[in-house]
Design a binder for this molecule. Structure first.
Ligand code: CTP
Length: 231
């Protein structure tokens, strides 16, 4: 089934893991890349839903597609699972927090000792959870999964490891150590690796242009994957 007949689920922005009613753990993701991908997908797909963590209001304006706001990684997982369809495309541009505080205090934590130790527990891995669901159900084998990897060192090795471990169709890797790529800025440098061993290195581009190139690749990748799945 081509992209124009599919639903595309795009995630973007950070997640927020509360410590108490006024404090949280989060990260520097702004959601710009996710928003650009949702916009690009909207031009080509049957339906788009953008599931996002807290983002600046200006980045959430004039969206012609449905949006779902979440806070924590567990909420993001639930939202993604409830949107899945057998032929959907999931593009995980969000930066979910990998850990959350083991306990959330119901009241504001008071300042006492010189040191405060926070105990964190691991959050579920959303892509891995979805890939496992796909792997166990042949009716879902056409689902197309795209991950992002934010890396600062051993970029290609870590990216390839994530592609395999999370059983992805594509991984889009950005070097977050550069000042003109990654969190907060309008440009990015992305290399896309496919599960078929292809590699596409994109030059420094605006996030809008990167998003369009990623959607081009998804469109081509869907055709290739469908060809490969044919008996
Ligand atoms: N991701 C996910 N669930 C998580 C964390 C990340 O689905 N709990 C997704 C991200 O949206 C991204 C991909 O996995 O598409 C890789 O995210 P990244 O932060 O680079 O890697 P991690 O798997 O979190 O590993 P590490 O932080 O150790 O590099």
């Amino acid at each position: 089934m081509p992209l124009r007949d599919r639903k595309v689920i795009v995630t973007g922005g950070p997640t927020v893991e509360p410590l108490d009613p006024v404090r949280f753990i989060s990260n520097r993701s702004t959601g710009k890349m996710g928003r650009a991908i949702a916009d690009a997908a909207y031009m080509r797909a049957r339906e788009v839903v953008f599931i996002h963590g807290p983002m600046h209001e200006s980045l959430l304006e004039h969206t012609p597609y449905r949006m779902v706001e979440i806070e924590s990684t567990v909420e993001l997982l639930d939202a993604v699972l409830s949107e899945l369809q057998p032929d959907c495309v999931l593009i995980m541009a969000a930066a979910p927090a990998d850990y959350r505080p083991a306990e959330k205090s119901p009241v504001k934590i008071k300042k006492k000792e010189e040191e405060l130790t926070l105990r964190l527990v691991k959050n579920p891995d959303i892509l891995k959870t979805v890939a496992d669901i796909r792997g166990k159900n042949s009716a879902l084998r056409n689902m197309f999964l795209v991950g992002f990897a934010a890396e600062m060192e051993n970029i290609e090795n870590y990216a390839m490891r994530k592609l395999v471990e999370k059983d992805l169709d594509f991984i889009c890797v950005n070097d977050v150590g550069r000042h003109d790529a990654g969190f907060g800025v309008d440009t990015n440098i992305v290399t896309i690796f496919s599960r078929w061993g292809e590699r596409l290195e994109l030059p420094l581009l605006s996030k809008k242009d990167i998003a369009l190139r990623i959607i081009d690749c998804v469109e081509e990748g869907i055709t290739k994957k469908t060809d490969k799945l044919l008996p």
